[in-house]
Write a protein that binds this ligand. Structure first.
Ligand SMILES: [Zn+2]
Length: 238
């Protein structure tokens, strides 16, 4: 599933992540992880409530003011299920195309799509439309100094990555623009496709902006294994 049309007989582990960007005196959250309801329903091994995992590195979800949603799949938007008890002060950044598809387009409710949605989280997101708590972004957008949202469709219609200036140079949280790092190296996305042509162009776009070792995929176990551990199940990527 994590690699297009190859290795059907191979087994691979995948992890479910969310990311924290620390800078400018703020903790910016990228994705809200999987919600409690979906995490339980899907029997995710070692599941931890996103609010609890953030607390392990001293991030209090109650004080977070910016949450970037890369795309509206259950494992990225699911923590919205707890809104507004969780992230009560946050403004959420989503691409408009992504929001319109999953929240409003009847096609988004059809069988190939509905299995990867989180109905409770989507409801929480939907009620924010028209308020200043929801920023619907069209294309690339700098949202604060040193941080830019990049529209990288393919996996979903309006997937966005987050590019951040770091001491090592520009680094990118690519989320599910690749499920595993091999995809960027070998030019081969996952099997969960909305638009393969757009997806390959998104690869070109990200690879032009940062070196491969600073482009982080959505589900690769290496992000937990190969980087310095800062708390249980948490590593520092850059
Ligand atoms: Zn994912």
């Amino acid at each position: 599933m994590v690699f297009w049309n190859e290795g059907w007989n191979e087994e691979i582990d995948r992890n479910y992540y969310l990311w924290v960007i620390k800078g400018m005196g703020e903790n910016i959250i990228v994705d809200t992880g999987t919600g409690i309801t979906e995490g339980t329903k899907r029997k995710l091994k070692g599941y931890v409530n996103p609010v609890d995992v953030l607390a392990r590195i001293g991030v209090n979800a109650s004080n977070v003011t910016k949450v970037i949603i890369t795309h509206i799949h259950f494992d990225h938007v699911g923590g919205m299920e707890m809104f507004p008890q969780a992230f009560p002060k946050a403004t959420f950044y989503v691409q408009k195309k992504e929001f319109d598809f999953w929240i409003k387009d009847p096609i988004g409710k059809r069988r190939p799509f509905v299995g990867i949605t989180d109905t409770l989280a989507n409801k929480a997101l939907a009620v924010l439309e028209g308020t200043d708590r929801l920023k619907l972004v069209s294309g690339d957008k700098k949202i604060m100094p040193g941080m830019e949202l990049l529209l990288v469709p393919g996996h979903t219609i309006g997937l966005q990555a987050v590019m951040v200036n770091t001491a090592k140079g520009p680094a990118i949280v690519a989320s599910d623009c690749a499920h595993i790092a091999r995809s960027f190296k070998e030019d081969n996305p996952s099997c969960l496709i909305t638009d393969m042509i757009a997806w390959l162009k998104s690869y070109d776009k990200l690879r032009a902006k940062a070196p491969l070792d600073l482009i982080f995929p959505g589900h690769d176990v290496i992000m937990l294994q190969n980087y310095p551990k800062v708390a249980e199940d948490i590593t520092r990527l850059v």
